[in-house]
Every structure is written in C-alpha cells, then in structure tokens.
Design a protein. Structure first.
Length: 390
C-alpha cells in the first residue's frame, strides 16, 4: 500500500532548519503528523508527503521558495515551489497539489490522507484523487470554523469534507459535527513515539533536592485556565513547591509580574522541546488546567496530555469532554476548575506519598506506550482503511 500525505509540514530535519533561529510554529501539527507518518513507514507502508512548507512572511523574507525534495526514514518529501506572498502562495500550492495528484502512480493500492487545516494542499490533492478514483481520507485535528469566521474558507472546507471517503478525528464528537454524509471514520486522539528511551525515575527533582516542581508547558492563553492554575497554586502555599510555566500567550505579562513578586513561581519562556520534556520527566506533577465548559473542548484532545503521560510524571487535568474515559484510571482529574478547586486538588496531590505519585506516572506511561504509540495508531489506521475504505 502507498499513502499520499498532503499537509503543511515537512521532515523533522527540514523543520529544524527552517526554525533554527526563531520561535517554532505549528509544533503540535508537526509532531502529530510526523509521528503518524513514521508509524506508517515502520509498518511497511510507502509514504509520499506533499507540502508547501510551514513558511510565511513572518518566518522568512524570501519571496521565491524552492526546497529540494528529500527522504527521511524511508519517507519521501516533495515540496511545492511557491511565491511567499499570501494569495499567490496558496494558489501555487493548490496548483502544485492538483498536478502532483494527477501524476500519482497507481501500481499498487493507493490512498490519500490530507490535513484539512491546509486547505489549498488538501483541496488540490482531493480534487485530483476524485478524478482518478483514489480514496481520500481527511484528518481533522481542529475544527476549521473555530479558527476564524471567514465564510469563503468555511465553504471550501465543506466542499473538501464532501469529497472525503473517510475521516480521522481527534474526538468522537467531531464526527457529529463534520461527518454529514456518514462516511467511515476512526478516532486517533494522538500518539507518542514508540522509540522513546526508558525513563530514570530516580532523577526526580523531589528526590534530588526535595523541591516539588509542578509544570505547565504550552500556550499560556487566559482562556486555557492558566490564571486559575497560578492563583490556585499560590493560594495552596505548598511548602517546597515551585510552579514552572513554559510558553507564550496573552497571560505572559501578568505572569512575569507575578513571578517577580513570588519566588516559587517561575516563568520559563519559550524553550526547546527537548529541554521542556527533560524537565517534565523530573517534575513532581504536570498540569493541564483547560476549562471544560467552552464548546471547542468537545472537539479537542490536547497533544500536551500525551506528552505529559509518556513522561512518567503524573498528570493533573480537567475532565475534558473530548477525552475518552479509558484515560481516567491513569491520571488525576480536577473536578473543580476554580481557583479554590485547583488549590484543594494541588494540596491533596502534593500530600500523597512520593511512591504513590510515581506509581501513577508510571501507570500513565505504560498505558500510552502499550496502546497509543505512533506504530500502534498507524496499524489501527491501516486496518481501518483496508476494512472500511473502498
């Protein structure tokens, strides 16, 4: 079987080259698709990736974008030639996707997988595949209509969805929202790297220095509940505890001021993902305080939760409606998302014995490494294609 994969990302090597001197963008998308692609290649699927690259005027001043094709881990990457001017760039990506889709070899079973968030690329490939009777599966990692109110883009997305022979969703609720033609679908809420090395549980900050380090890493937008986490932590006033916050967002300036006046709150800024993961593995607790009442949470499974769980450090998160109940036994759940509720929950968890908390973290890691690796999820996807996609 061969997969034609249309998205806006690139090889991990190319991604590091593009963002070597600046803040990385679309890290969650890069990680989701890159891991799934590697998983597919690992189980013997031929994967051909087609992309316009995650580049715009804010990232590079170059007008003519022409990157050489490459191979990485037996995956082929083709990058369209584009002009780095918004309208022209999208038009050239669409034309490149259409023509490349029309040239796809069909010597063996062929299926196209497209990321709906990269409209120009996905629409071009899907249109070509429809003309050539190649099945199209649309990956929906976020709801396009929740990323903006552009009616034109919403209309194009609806046409794209109508061309789908199948869907990959992050949550079950996405199916009710998008799959109006009732075509086959599969839920792959995320995946972790099957090749991650073992964790040394003896290197926790708490064991080495007695400091109980609590970490939040991600977008520090107010709507994600970060103010409640910070205030709840301060209110708890836990001895020897320290809250470290990584990332950027509209709460940054307030957080910087809070950190100046409270030595147990540290704003860590934007750090390389390897450094963040290293600190997560040594922390006492990882927190995702995202509120559950906004509508978008039904259609969201934070990739950060997967990263947290595989770290071997226990996760405290809210009871997000898009999170399957199979995760509940392996995480701490904050039933009350208020400042007072988070204060109480943090106090209770910090009061548990170190061995109990470490056991919870290890259980979470074992769960995702057994059931949610990129290789396991890739196998589920291929099984779905063979059984459901005609």
């Amino acid at each position: 079987m061969q997969i034609i994969y249309g998205y806006s990302n690139c090889s991990d090597k190319k991604y590091k080259e593009i963002f070597s001197s600046g803040s990385m963008v679309a890290q969650a998308c890069q990680k989701y698709h890159s891991l799934l692609i590697k998983g597919l290649a690992t189980i013997g699927v031929k994967v051909y990736c087609f992309s316009g690259l995650p580049i715009n005027r804010s990232i590079t001043s170059k007008v003519w974008i022409h990157e050489k094709d490459e191979r990485e881990d037996d995956v082929y990457f083709h990058y369209y030639r584009t002009i780095n001017i918004p309208i022209f760039r999208h038009l050239m990506i669409f034309i490149g996707a259409l023509f490349n889709g029309l040239k796809i070899s069909k010597r063996e079973q062929t299926v196209a997988i497209c990321d709906c968030l990269n409209i120009a690329n996905s629409y071009g490939i899907s249109l070509a595949c429809k003309l050539r009777r190649i099945p199209v599966i649309i990956v929906v990692t976020d709801l396009p209509d929740m990323l903006g109110e552009n009616k034109l883009l919403a209309g194009i997305n609806n046409k794209l969805f109508n061309m789908a022979d199948g869907f990959v969703f992050l949550t079950e609720q996405m199916n009710e929202k998008i799959n109006r033609r009732n075509v086959p679908y599969i839920v792959l809420e995320g995946h972790v790297d099957s090749e991650l090395p073992p964790i040394n549980s003896n290197e926790k900050y708490e064991q080495l220095s007695g400091k109980k380090v609590i970490i939040y890493a991600g977008s520090i937008q107010k709507l994600y509940g970060i103010p409640n986490l910070v205030e709840g932590f301060l209110k708890a006033n836990i001895p020897d505890a320290e809250l470290r916050v990584f990332g950027n967002g509209d709460y940054r300036d307030e957080l910087v001021e809070i950190a100046k006046n409270n030595e147990n709150v540290k704003y860590m800024g934007i750090c390389d993902n390897k450094e963040v993961v290293s600190q997560e593995q040594r922390a006492m607790l990882l927190v995702n305080p995202r509120p559950t009442h906004p509508e978008y949470t039904k259609y969201s499974f934070p990739s950060k939760n997967m990263e947290y769980m595989v770290s071997g450090t226990p996760l405290l998160t809210t009871k997000l409606p898009g999170m399957p109940k199979e995760y509940y036994p392996y995480i701490y759940l904050a039933k009350d998302e208020t400042v007072e509720g988070l204060c109480e929950t943090l106090t209770n968890i910090c009061g548990k014995e170190l061995e109990e908390r470490n056991a919870m973290g290890n259980k979470a890691r074992m769960f995702v490494m057994e059931h949610k690796t990129n290789v396991k999820q890739a196998k589920k996807l291929i099984c779905f294609i063979k059984q459901e996609i005609k």
